[in-house]
Design a protein around this ligand. Structure first.
Ligand code: ZN
Length: 133
């Protein structure tokens, strides 16, 4: 995948302040207020910064955490993982492979009947594209 490399100035112009804080400064939105945690429509969740398809609605599930949760990415090429040791806990950060935007974290307490993974993603980092009929 072709990387998009842009300076902060570019992203400040392209993104809303909320999107910038999450995608570029790794902020986490408050739970239960994001636009997608309770979304159940069929479609694709793409990166709010670069449009990279990240998560399919068929892999979304209700985790009860207040953030959109998925048991896997749309494809393993869509995302990258980084060890994140901020807040003195060890977590695995999930970033967009194309633009390096921060999306959220992945945990091992996902659905046991599928992957056991819980991709805990900020709504702010996503845009939803409804499936065309
Ligand atoms: Zn991206």
């Amino acid at each position: 995948m072709q990387k998009i490399s842009q300076d902060n100035e570019h992203w400040r112009e392209k993104l809303t302040p909320e999107q910038y804080r999450v995608l570029r400064e790794k902020d986490t939105e408050l739970p239960f207020i994001g636009k997608y945690y309770n979304m159940h429509e069929n479609g694709m969740y793409v990166c709010a910064a670069c449009g990279n398809p990240l998560f399919a609605s068929e892999h979304k599930y209700d985790s009860g955490t207040g953030w959109p949760s998925y048991d896997r990415p749309f494809s393993e090429d869509a995302v990258e993982y980084r060890e994140d040791e901020s807040y003195s806990t060890k977590r695995t950060e999930v970033i967009c492979r194309r633009c390096d935007g921060h999306l959220g974290h992945v945990f091992d307490d996902g659905p046991k009947e599928t992957t056991c993974k819980r991709f805990c993603i900020n709504s702010t980092a996503l845009n939803f594209r409804k499936q065309k009929k």
